[in-house]
Design a protein around this ligand. Structure first.
Ligand code: NAP
Length: 284
């Protein structure tokens, strides 16, 4: 039976460091603050927002909500982003996406100030991840995967890592972060041939697919570490990952449960980025 890699064990350490940094920032008379931009009332957005606010409150970080109707115009939304960019009291921004179809999402992302991009969505942040230059912030979920590996002492150097999924939110950035740690990285996607045998070869598997239980026992082998990024709802209405946990945990060496791992670490990483953004903005 696999070792469970638990988010709460990772966040216990992360949160201690965040609290220390919050104290440093507050000692300068600054209250680290996350700006949340949400359009409409999507269930998933509301659920993530609740978790983020709870985590912020527990760690001494304030939140300021910018709630807009789902039919907001591009002009109005850009105006809000510009206001936030120029508001010294907001240090980091979370914009819920995807935006409704009538909006130009790329233009909205482009409008966000790099120094406040705590969710790693701007091109500037992605340049940081892809080149190794220290600018912006890594996408929180990708960093959460790396924090879990790091916390449990799972070394990437020289190891074969397979990332399933190539989105800019998770798959591609986490692949770059694994490469930065000297793993040999393969990225799988819908056109990958013989995917089970490709995934089986890995030492580290990151599943970021968005398909409930896709990675089952045909894809895994003994000795592997499996990080499940997926957040799906199965046919019984239960939250589940991209990995068929019940079929996989008896084969592999270590695995993250869903819920209870990547999701909660992602939230802590987001809060850590807000505090770090405040520290960078005030050279603390
Ligand atoms: P996405 O944008 O839909 O990308 C999914 C990726 O998976 C695509 O690259 C797609 O390949 C690939 N894919 C889909 N079906 C596949 C299949 N049958 N075989 C091989 N590859 C397949 O999703 P995402 O935003 O990256 O999110 C992935 C999952 O992570 C979702 O479950 C999402 O809810 C979850 N997530 C969790 C967190 C968290 O904090 N825990 C944060 C973000 C996302 P193509 O490129 O070829 O289409």
């Amino acid at each position: 039976m696999a070792r469970q890699l638990l988010g709460k064990e990772v966040t216990a350490v992360l949160n201690t460091k965040i609290k220390e940094n919050v104290a440093l920032v507050k000692a300068k008379g600054i209250s680290p603050t996350l700006g949340i931009v949400r359009l409409g009332e999507k269930k998933n957005d509301l659920s993530y927002e609740r978790g983020a606010i709870k985590c912020c409150e527990a760690l001494g970080v304030a939140c300021e909500k910018y709630l807009l109707p789902v039919d907001v115009t591009q002009e109005k939304l850009l105006k809000v982003i510009h206001q936030i960019n120029h508001n010294d009291k907001i240090h980091g921004v979370l914009i819920f996406r995807p935006l409704p179809k009538h909006l130009d999402e790329a233009a909205v992302i482009h409008a966000l100030a790099l120094e406040k991009d705590v969710d790693g969505i701007t091109n500037g942040s992605l340049v940081g991840v892809f080149t190794g230059i220290k600018q912006g912030f890594a996408p929180c979920t990708s960093q959460a995967c790396m924090e879990i590996l790091d916390h449990y002492g799972i070394h990437c150097m020289g190891k074969k890592a397979v990332v399933v999924g190539r989105s800019l939110v998770v798959g591609k950035p986490v692949a770059m972060m694994l490469l930065e740690k000297n793993a040999t990285v393969t990225i799988c996607h819908t056109r990958t041939e013989h995917m089970p045998s490709v995934v089986k070869e890995a030492d580290i598997v990151i599943a970021a697919v968005g398909r409930a239980g896709l990675i089952d026992d045909r894809y895994v082998s003994p000795g592997q570490t499996v990080i499940d990024v997926g957040i799906n709802v199965n046919q019984k209405g239960k939250l589940c990952g991209d990995v068929a946990y019940e079929k996989v945990h008896s084969v592999v060496e270590a695995i993250t449960p869903v819920p209870g791992a990547v999701g909660i670490v992602t939230t802590s990483v987001l809060v850590s980025h807000v505090v770090e953004a405040a520290m960078r903005q005030y050279s603390i």
